[in-house]
Design a protein around this ligand. Sequence first.
Ligand code: V47
Ligand code: SF4
Length: 718
Amino acid sequence: MMRDISLKIEQGQRINEQDALWLFQHAPLKALGRLANRVNLRKNGLAVFYNINRHINPTNICSLSCKFCAYSKKIGEEGSYAYEIDEMIAKAGEAVAQGATELHMVGGLHPRWNFQRYVDMIAAMHKAYPDVHLKAFTAVELDWMARKARKTIAEVMTELREAGLGSFPGGGAEIFHPEIRDQICDTKVSGEQWVDTHRTAHNLGMRSNCTMLYGHIESFEHRVDHMRRLRELQDETKGFNVFIPLAFQPFQNEMGINRYTFGADDLRTIAVARLYLDNFRHIKSYWVMLGQDIAQLALQFGANDLDGTVLEEKISRAAGGRAGMIMTRSNLESLIRRSGRIPVERTTLYEPIHDHDRQHMAPVAEETCSESIMERLEALETGGSLAPSELWQIASEAPFHKVSAALDASGQLALAAHSITESHVIELDNQSTPESVHHLVRKLLLESPCMDSNTRTLVIVLDTTLMTQANDLTPITAACHQAAPESQIVLRGISAAKLSAEKSCQKVTEHLANLRGSGLDILEESPTDQTMALEDKWQVMQSAKSADLTTVPALVLQSSGNVMNWSLWAEDVTNLRSRLSLDQTSFAVSFRVNRDATIMPSEYLKALALTRLSLPNHVQIWTPADGVPALSPNQGIGADQSQKSFVKLISTLSAFGSAGLGFVSRRDLSIEQIIEDIRASGVAPQLTCGRLNRQETPDAMRQRLERLRHVPDRIAVG
Ligand code: V47
Ligand code: SF4
């Protein structure tokens, strides 16, 4: 089916609603992304748009009570506000001083404001800043004004245009289908009225945007129905500038929904929109609702616009938006550049501000790289081994989707299950004592819901990153084991294990055997072990193996300045590969990002895929949740009540080569939420305690991996 749909698109045919539904329900994530990316490049070239704008939400007082809305208040209610026109002009002035070319204004339906109030608002803003484009009022607000003034929608629009209004934003669309609309916003204009209002605007020669609020109670069928109505109107009028999928923000709503949309679902929605809405040139990856992480990745999945600097957006913030209220020009440009694209500042109507940027909008048939890079990528695909300099070249030059295609072609992954190892990290420091660790572990066990069931055994990770002096760790592991005899114990820190041997005046092998005897199960490399000499590190790992400890080496991504350090990655992965090829007993590598590094999600997934391609088949790659990068500042009203923003990436990991979440730190994550994320990635979640793997012989593991291969990376949400 994927091939049929690709063929249709390649031949310039339209895909239909059944196709779009299939893409939502079944398309492999990477293949879907590749197709959407190709279509976007052919329309928009390498350019990705952003603008310098400001949102001003004139009032949160609203006569309606949509069930999903955390923003609206009633008159007199605590937190309600209504700006005077002067205040709005002052706010606009701040933005104009920073180079804003657009003001975006939408708000509640204030029961005491009449139509003239809105006309005066626009006229005053236009008078103060005649060069700034005023994009204001949703179809819902326009209907409100028309009813209050007893005018037609066309009359209202014309008067607003005469006062200085430039175009209409896309809000208020939600989900058109009455099955959903009646449940979430039954007093709002109907889907038909919304479409009619925009038809009227287009017929008057005005342009508008359109949105779809997804990730609440709607099904994929409702999303396709919504997009169908937009595509039909666009066929008729060509008046829409852009389609903007709005990811539902779940804090404070009357729908009983308390989780954010899955990252894989966000990407899928952008990609299906790009493929189905073939008469739209622009698809917006709205960072305010998606978070910076998914917004950046969406640029590989068909989106060509990030929206703008925004400044003071209140609607998503009230509903738990974690992305913060502002991005600077340089933030936006950096997200775009590090996606391999060219940032182009645009006007509201999607013209480049600078004429010389037009060249970047020229259609591109495909992102290319040199033949030698392709040959090397093919060599990797078929299990060949490359020199670090060759790997470095592939990593820094091959586009994201060339790597994703190579991973698919290699048949390397395709997992039926993604393992989750529930763990709790105890950060040891110089003051840690056996008593303090024992106390912490007992407390942990009493509080931990995962000890309720026999099948779920907690893993305790003793993390040594904060230890700056040598300490004999044997009494500490013994205390941990005594407090939790059923738990598996991981020591994170190879250099700490070595220092511990020195402190107790023992040979490393002898000391590791003692640690094993005191209850330790696994020795895991920590990011701080990167500073150890390679030979020293491997020697300790070798000794750990002789002491019957399982060892988990790490691959830690680093950045230098504001760029990903691919050369370090290439060196590290080469060392790991040669080490692991000799060593058939190591079953996993922990893949993480250095705490101080800024790694973009697209770089992280590309590195993950390349690492999967570079390491021997029998080695699993674990992506510990606390080592996944997070760009979103995770600020805002719902931030501490809800999942952290990096959780968004979890549902994308298995498609790019991760076999499991390694040792999940449970401090700010709920295992139930993670299980949902794994399901959303299309593979089955599998809770393990790590021991499962220890009992497996290398042969049995190889057979298991063989069985798991060739299962497509499907999605199963909706
Ligand atoms: O219509 C309300 C949505 C919209 C929530 O046209 C929510 O360029 C998510 O339309 N979670 C207003 N969304 C915002 C809007 C918009 C934003 C940016 C650019 C443009 C454009 C338009 O916000 C509302 C509603 O669909 N919304 N509550 C929520 N909890
Ligand atoms: Fe009012 Fe808009 Fe909120 Fe609905 S979504 S309650 S119309 S502010």
